[in-house]
Design a protein around this ligand. Structure first.
Ligand code: ZN
Length: 153
């Protein structure tokens, strides 16, 4: 049964990379038009790890997609300059939480976020609070179907 089969090796990395690709498509239409650090137009290029596998500082495989600016030489990702910059929560979990907000008819709780994302309760509370803060600033409020009152701890 699919639900009882463990994830194959690399499944998490594939999910991460797909999440990055989705956000790159949404934010940049596929590739960065300008560098988020120096605003140089069209100078960003994708960094591909020499071994084919990107690893985090702790040595774990990651599907994170890193770009580098040919003008200022600094690295960035699609998360740079967003509320998700520096997050340790896997990107697919953030996206799953947004899907939950979009499909919910009422206020979303941390317990629901935990169930939908597989995150522990503390991480789920963090995700909910971060989206709640972002929604009060504005961007998520502009997404059709997302209403600020859905974000309740
Ligand atoms: Zn730059």
């Amino acid at each position: 049964m699919a639900s009882s089969t463990p994830d194959p090796p690399g499944h998490r990395q594939v999910q991460d990379e797909q999440a990055y690709l989705l956000l790159e498509q949404l934010r940049w239409a596929g590739r960065p038009a300008t560098c988020p650090h120096c605003s140089a137009p069209g100078r960003g290029y994708l960094l591909r790890p020499a071994t084919g596998v990107r690893r985090t500082r702790t040595g774990a495989d990651t599907g994170r997609r890193l770009w580098k600016c040919g003008a200022c030489r600094r690295q960035f990702s699609v998360l740079t300059g967003t509320v998700l910059q520096g997050t340790r929560v896997p990107l697919p979990a953030w996206i799953a939480a947004v899907e939950l907000f979009l499909s919910s008819d009422g206020p979303v709780t941390a317990t629901q976020v935990s169930r939908a994302t597989g995150l522990g309760r503390e991480a789920a509370r963090h995700v909910l609070a971060r989206w709640q803060a972002a929604a009060t600033v504005e961007p998520l409020c502009d997404v059709p179907g997302v209403r600020p009152q859905l974000f309740q701890g």
